[in-house]
Design a protein. Structure first.
Length: 582
C-alpha cells in the first residue's frame, strides 16, 4: 500500500511539474510579447488613474487624484493595487520608462495565479493535469488577458488573491471535515479571510468572494471556521471603508469635488430601482454570453458589430456559437460540481450575479474568471464526446454520470474525447495567439503617436495652470503636468447605456439614435455648468466618429460663441472655453 501511494505521489508531482514548466515558459513568452508590443498604457481610463494615484502614494502625497483640480482623495478604487504600483514607482520613478517594469510585475502576478488556479482545479475538482493545464494556459495566454497585463490594470493582482483565497479555503474546509477545531486549525480559515479581504481591497467585486466563502462555510456547518474567515475578511474590508468615509468628508470640503462623482464614487452606478436592475440584467445577460464567445474565438469586434447591425438572421452564427459555448460550459460545471464541493460554483454564482446587474460593459469582468470558464468549456466538450462514444456502444450513461471514472485512460471513448478536447483548445488558442505574436502594430503605433502628440501640443501651447477637459485625463497629466477633468462623465449610466430603444439583438454594440440624442440633451443640460464648476479653460472632445464627439459637434452648433477652436493635433481638435475665467 505504501509503495502504491508513493508511486502515485511521484506520478502526481511529475505531471504537475510539467504543468508548472509550461506555465513558466508561457509567462516568459508572454512577458517578451507584452514588452515588445507598442505601449498601450493609458488606453483605458482606469490604468491612468491607477498610475497617478500610485505616483501620489510613492511621493508621499496620499491616495489622491493628481490629475484633477484640487487633487481630491481617491475614494472609488480600493488602494491595494496602487500601493503595489507605488512600490514600483519608488524604485523606477521615470514615466513612461517604468512601464516595462509594471508589465513584468503584472505578468508575474498572472503566472503565479495560473499555477494556483491549476492546483485548485486539481485538488478541488480532481481534474487531470492535462485539462487543468490547458485551461489555465488558455486563460492566461490570450489576447484579451495580455492586453490587460500590458497596461496598469488591477486584474492580475485580483486573480492571484482570489485563487489563493479559494485554494486555502477549500484545503482548510477539507481538512476540517476530518479534524476537530483547534487553534491551529483556525489559521487557514483566517488566511483565507485575509486573502479575500485583499481581493476586495484590489477590486470592489471581491465582495462576492467574501460572500461565497461565508455561504460555503455555513452550508458545510463549519461554524467556527466560517466565523473566523468572515470576521477577518470583514475587518480588512472595514478598514478601507473607515478611511474612505474620512477621505470623502475631506473631499466634500471643496465644492468642486461634487462635479467629480464619476471618479470618486460608485454610487451612481447602482441601479436606482429593482426594475432598472432587471432591465440592466436583461441586456447584460446577452452581452456576457456574446462577449464570452468573442473572447474565446478572439473574433474582431468590428466584424462582430457589422454582423449584429444586420439583424438576428445575419448574426445567427454568432448567436449559435455563443449558445453552444455557454451550453458546454454549463455542462462542464455540472460535471465537476459535487456535493460538499460548492465553493467555486458559489463564487461564480455571486460574481456573475453582480456582473449582470452592474451597468458597465461586462467583457473585462470575464477576464478574472476566464481560466475557470475555459476549463469548464473543455470539460464539457470532453464529456459530450465521451457520452456520444459510449452511447454508440450501447451505454445509456449521461455525460456527467460516474464522474469518478470519466478520466480513466482505459474507459471506452477516452481517446476520442481527449483528441476532441485538444482540437477545441487549439481552435481557441490559434486566433488569440496569432494576435499576440502579430499584433496590429500599425493601429497601436498610430494611437500612441496621436495621443503623445496631443500631450506635446497641450504641454507647449497651454499655460501651466490650464485645466483641460478631455478623455485619458490621468495619462495626459503624467505626460504634461496639466490638470485635467473627464469629458462629460455619466450621471446615470443606466439611462445612457441601457436606453429603452436599445434592441436586445444589438447586445450593446450598436448605439441607437435615441442614445445619441440623450447624450446631446445631457450636454445641453450639464456641459457649461460642468466646465465652469471645474474651472476648465480648454476642451478636447473625442473625434467625431465617437458618440460623444458626435454629440459635442451638434452641441457646438447650438452654442457657437462658447467654444473657439485654437488648434488641431491629429484627429483631435482643441477648443478654448469662453465661459471660463482663464
Amino acid at each position: 500500500m505504501s509503495d502504491t501511494r508513493q508511486g502515485s505521489s511521484v506520478s502526481f508531482w511529475r505531471a504537475d511539474g510539467r504543468a508548472l514548466a509550461a506555465i513558466i515558459v508561457v509567462a516568459v513568452l508572454a512577458a517578451f510579447f507584452v514588452i515588445r508590443a507598442p505601449r498601450i498604457v493609458g488606453l483605458y481610463e482606469d490604468d491612468g488613474i491607477y498610475l497617478t494615484t500610485a505616483k501620489a502614494l510613492a511621493e508621499g502625497r496620499g491616495y489622491r487624484h493628481l490629475e484633477l483640480p484640487g487633487e481630491p482623495y481617491q475614494t472609488k478604487y480600493p488602494i491595494l493595487y496602487p500601493l503595489l504600483l507605488a512600490a514600483v514607482w519608488r524604485l523606477f520613478p521615470s514615466f513612461p520608462d517604468n512601464v516595462p517594469v509594471i508589465q513584468v510585475v503584472n505578468t508575474a502576478l498572472w503566472a503565479a495565479s495560473a499555477w494556483i488556479t491549476y492546483r485548485l482545479l486539481r485538488r478541488v475538482w480532481g481534474l487531470p493535469s492535462w485539462l487543468a493545464a490547458l485551461g489555465v494556459i488558455l486563460g492566461f495566454a490570450n489576447a484579451a488577458t495580455l492586453g490587460v497585463i500590458q497596461t496598469a490594470m488591477a486584474e492580475p493582482l485580483y486573480v492571484l488573491l482570489t485563487m489563493a483565497a479559494l485554494a486555502v479555503w477549500c484545503n482548510a474546509t477539507a481538512e476540517g471535515e476530518r479534524t476537530a477545531t483547534t487553534r491551529r486549525a483556525l489559521v487557514p480559515p483566517a488566511a483565507a479571510g485575509l486573502l479575500a479581504a485583499g481581493a476586495y481591497l484590489t477590486r470592489s467585486i471581491g465582495v462576492t468572494l467574501i460572500i461565497a466563502l461565508v455561504v460555503d462555510g455555513l452550508l458545510r456547518r463549519r461554524w467556527m471556521r466560517t466565523a473566523v474567515a468572515g470576521v477577518v475578511a470583514l475587518l480588512g474590508a472595514a478598514g478601507w471603508h473607515v478611511w474612505r468615509a474620512w477621505a470623502s468628508a475631506a473631499n466634500a470640503a471643496d465644492p468642486m469635488t461634487t462635479a467629480f462623482g464619476y471618479d470618486l464614487d460608485y454610487s451612481i452606478w447602482i441601479a436606482p430601482s429593482l426594475r432598472a436592475a432587471a432591465w440592466v440584467a436583461y441586456h447584460n445577460l446577452s452581452e456576457v454570453i456574446m462577449e464570452y464567445f468573442l473572447l474565446l474565438g478572439a473574433l474582431p469586434g468590428d466584424w462582430a458589430k457589422a454582423m449584429l447591425e444586420k439583424g438576428i438572421v445575419r448574426a445567427l452564427p454568432l448567436y449559435l456559437g455563443a449558445l453552444l459555448a455557454l451550453a458546454l460550459t454549463l455542462l462542464g460545471l455540472r460535471m465537476v460540481t459535487q456535493a460538499r464541493r460548492l465553493t467555486i460554483p458559489l463564487y461564480l454564482l455571486c460574481y456573475f450575479g453582480v456582473v449582470l446587474v452592474w451597468p458597465f460593459a461586462p467583457w473585462r469582468f470575464l477576464l478574472p474568471v476566464f481560466a475557470l470558464l475555459i476549463t469548464l468549456l473543455l470539460a464539457g466538450c470532453y464529456g459530450v464526446v465521451l457520452w456520444l462514444v459510449r452511447l454508440k456502444a450501447g451505454a445509456a450513461t449521461q455525460p456527467g454520470d460516474a464522474w469518478g471514472g470519466v478520466w480513466s485512460e482505459n474507459m471506452r471513448g477516452a481517446d476520442w474525447a481527449f483528441r476532441a478536447t485538444f482540437l477545441l483548445a487549439a481552435a481557441i488558442a490559434y486566433p488569440s495567439w496569432r494576435l499576440i505574436v502579430q499584433p496590429d502594430r500599425a493601429t497601436l503605433d498610430q494611437t500612441t503617436r496621436e495621443r503623445d502628440a496631443l500631450a506635446e501640443y497641450l504641454r507647449t501651447n497651454t499655460p501651466a495652470d490650464a485645466v483641460v477637459c478631455t478623455t485619458k485625463a490621468a495619462y495626459l497629466h503624467l505626460r504634461t503636468g496639466r490638470k485635467f477633468v473627464p469629458f462629460l462623465p455619466y450621471e446615470n449610466p443606466v439611462a445612457h447605456r441601457y436606453s429603452a430603444e436599445r434592441r436586445f439583438a444589438e447586445c450593446g454594440r450598436v448605439i441607437p439614435r435615441a442614445e445619441l440624442a440623450a447624450d446631446l440633451r445631457f450636454m445641453q443640460a450639464r456641459l457649461i455648468d460642468y466646465l465652469t464648476t471645474t474651472g476648465a479653460s480648454y476642451i478636447v472632445p473625442l473625434p467625431p466618429s465617437t458618440k460623444f464627439g458626435h454629440a459635442f459637434a451638434a452641441f457646438r452648433q447650438l452654442e457657437p460663441g462658447r467654444f473657439r477652436r485654437v488648434g488641431v493635433s491629429g484627429p483631435y481638435s482643441i477648443y478654448q472655453f469662453a465661459g471660463s475665467a482663464k
